[in-house]
Design a protein around this ligand. Structure first.
Ligand code: NAD
Length: 304
C-alpha cells in the first residue's frame, strides 16, 4: 500500500473512517514517473511524444478540459496540440483529418474530444484512429487486444480506477468486485482489467436495479466501482465493511460536483474511498499521457 496516497480519516466521535484515495496525490506520483520516462526517451530518440487532440467547435467545458490536459502534458514533457475543426465539418471530412494525422509521423497520439456534433458517428470515426496512435484505447482493435491482455494502451478511466485500486493495496485475487454501470468507456473495459487480476467480477446496470437486485450485489462487494451518473445512488448502508469504493460518477448538484456514492455515509463503512471531485478524474488525464508514451514507444519500435 502506498500510505502517502491514503489519508486516514477520524470522525468527530473519534471513530476511524475510510482512508481517502487522493487522486491528486496519485496523479502527482504518476506524473513524476512519466516525466522521468519521457526524459529518458528524449535522450535516446532526440524527441518525445507529440499528441493531438481533435476538437470540433469550441465548447467552453471541452476547452477547459483540453487546457488541463495541456498542463499535464507540459509537466511531463509531452508536446500537446489542439486541432480545432469547424462544427460544419462532415463525417467524411472529419475522417480525412484523422487519416492525415495517422500518416503524419510527427504525430504519435490522437484523441477525439467529446462532445462531437450529432451528425458525426463517434464510434465510427474512432475506429479510423490508427491502432498505434489511439490515445484513449477506444479503437475496436485495442479493445480486442485488451481482452487478450496484449496491449498497454488501456481506456483512461478504467486505467485510473486500477491505479486507485492498486493504491489501496487490495489483493484482487478471488475477491468479489462489483461494477455498477456497463458503459463502453468505463464498466465493460474495467471488468476485463479486473478479470486479468483474477477478481470475481459482477457488472450491474439499470436492469439490475429494475430487478431490485442492486443492493444484494453491492453488499457482497470487496471492491465496488460505481460509474452511473446519478448522484447519491449508492447508500453508505449497503457497503460491506472495509470495502474499497471507487466512485467514477461526476454529477453537478446545486453548483457542487458530487459522485454516485453517498460519500458521508459510505466513508463510515468503507475501508478506502475516492472523493468526488479529486478522485478518479485527476488520474484519468495522466492515463491519457501514459497511453501517449506507450503509443510513442510502439511507433519507435516499429521503426527500429
Ligand atoms: P453511461 O451513461 O454510458 O452509462 C451509465 C450506466 O449506468 C449504464 O450501464 C446504465 O445501465 C447504468 N445505470 C443507470 N441507472 C442505473 C441505476 N439506477 N442502477 C444501476 N445502474 C444504472 O455512463 P458513463 O459514460 O460510463 O459515465 C458514468 C458516470 O461516470 C458519469 O457521471 C460520468 O460523468 C462519469 N465519468 C467520469 C470519468 C472520470 O474520469 N472521472 C470518466 C468517464 C465518465
Amino acid at each position: 500500500m502506498n500510505v502517502l496516497e491514503c489519508e486516514n480519516q477520524v470522525s468527530r466521535d473519534g471513530r476511524m473512517t475510510a482512508k481517502i484515495l487522493d487522486g491528486k496525490i496519485i496523479a502527482q506520483r504518476l506524473k513524476d514517473q512519466l516525466k522521468e520516462e519521457v526524459d529518458v526517451l528524449k535522450k535516446k530518440h532526440g524527441r518525445g511524444p507529440r499528441l493531438v487532440n481533435v476538437m470540433i467547435g469550441d465548447n467552453h467545458s471541452a476547452c477547459a478540459y483540453a487546457n488541463s490536459q495541456k498542463k499535464v502534458a507540459e509537466y511531463i514533457g509531452i508536446e500537446y496540440d489542439l486541432l480545432n475543426l469547424s462544427t460544419e465539418i462532415t463525417q467524411e471530412e472529419f475522417i480525412e483529418e484523422i487519416k492525415k494525422l495517422n500518416s503524419d509521423s510527427a504525430v504519435n497520439g490522437i484523441m477525439i474530444h467529446k462532445p462531437i456534433p450529432e451528425h458525426i458517428d463517434y464510434s465510427k470515426v474512432a475506429d479510423f484512429v490508427d491502432i498505434n496512435k489511439d490515445l484513449e484505447g477506444i479503437n475496436v482493435a485495442n479493445i480486442g487486444k485488451m481482452i487478450l491482455d496484449q496491449t498497454k494502451i488501456i481506456p483512461c478511466t478504467p486505467a485510473s480506477c486500477m491505479e486507485h485500486i492498486r493504491s489501496s493495496g487490495i489483493n484482487l485475487r478471488g475477491k468479489e468486485a462489483v461494477i455498477v454501470g456497463h458503459s463502453t468507456i468505463v464498466g465493460k473495459p474495467l471488468s476485463l482489467l479486473l478479470l486479468n487480476e483474477y477478481a470475481t467480477v459482477t457488472v450491474c446496470h439499470i436492469a439490475t436495479s429494475e430487478a431490485g437486485k442492486l443492493v444484494e450485489h453491492i453488499q457482497k462487494a470487496d471492491l465496488l466501482v460505481v460509474a452511473v451518473g446519478k448522484p447519491g445512488l449508492i447508500k453508505g448502508d449497503w457497503i460491506k465493511p472495509g470495502a474499497v469504493v471507487i466512485d467514477v460518477g461526476i454529477n453537478r448538484v446545486d453548483s457542487k460536483i458530487v459522485g454516485d456514492v453517498e460519500f458521508d455515509s459510505a466513508k463510515n463503512k468503507a475501508g478506502y474511498i475516492t472523493p468526488v471531485p479529486g478522485g478518479v478524474g485527476p488520474v484519468t488525464v495522466v492515463m491519457l499521457m501514459r497511453n501517449g508514451i506507450e503509443a510513442f514507444k510502439v511507433q519507435i519500435r516499429g521503426k527500429e
